[in-house]
Design a protein around this ligand. Sequence first.
Ligand SMILES: *Cc1c(COP(=O)(O)O)cnc(C)c1O
Length: 360
Amino acid sequence: MINVTKSFLPPKEEYIKYIDAIWQRNWLTNNGPIVNELEQKLKEYLGVKNLLYLNNGTIAIQIAIKALELKGEIITTPFSYVATTSSIVWESCTPIFVDIDENTANINPTLIEKAITPNTSAILATHVYGNPCDIDAIDIIAKKHNLKVIYDAAHCFGTKYKGKSIFEYGDISTTSFHSTKLFHTIEGGAVFSNSDELHHKLSYLRNFGHNGQEEFWGLGINGKNSEVHAAMGICNMKYINDILRKRKEDSLYYDARLKGSILKKPSIQANSEFNFSYYPVFFESEEQLLKVQKYLNSHLIYPRRYFYPSLNLLPYVQNSKMEITESLSGRVLCLPLYFELTKEEIDLVCKLIMQSIQLK
Ligand SMILES: *Cc1c(COP(=O)(O)O)cnc(C)c1O
């Protein structure tokens, strides 16, 4: 069986060493030494000013919205994982969808201005598949209309834009370290902000609002992560360059194997260093995708329709027609891409795709 993804696992002995130390200390969570070490290592590796390690990437978006005190309408993309939209609704704001650019699959900045109303407080955009949004255009619009910007950078570990970590952009950037992501800590996430004031606020939002044991800076939630999770992160950090290199190598191998086929791929933002976190392909029609998916499944290969469905179709949002996203989400399939995937497996996946496209 070949799945769309398979979590990277470090050698067990390396992880057990950390687990033994955790047992010795009997310090399991609450700003422990391993959490601190992971935060430090991540900051150095990514070259970011501020980072807070959290229990998941969804809480990261929610505390970003809280920290910026967003109200009313938030302009967002319908082409993302459900957590992007659900977090907006969870925080009692209204998602206003803006369609994507067909070539990049990211929010189309030229459509943003038309969606701005007196109730708009922010733009929440996803760097889809690890491919940076049109950050410069979004920045200009946000400044002009005095809007905050949050980037859901859940796919972006290792991505750079104009020589800097992608996490450095926006008022706040969020990411996920879930097991299915390129870099993971089993469950986990992080928030990034270059503003020290916001960073401080995010840090107490993460910890119930505590200011010491008996005082509170303000409202908070439990966004902390544990020593056991952080230990997985530290073990995985050791292999991160191998993981990134393998992703790139496999992606280029797929490219070569699928050359000349009708399949299209998103175009990568200029001035960026892409992390190859997914291998999405766009079919000509949903019918064609379903045919190929069925054929692959019959050979025990399970790519994933990601992202599907378009988020404007969720039962708890106001539906507005999003022509490009609805079309694209019906036609996109993420092919298997993970550390242990072999070239023979890629050959097989590609051969079966080509065969089934030709089948009547
Ligand atoms: C994975 C993901 C999230 C949610 O992250 P969790 O850590 O699973 O909560 C949010 N947005 C996007 C785009 C994602 O891919």
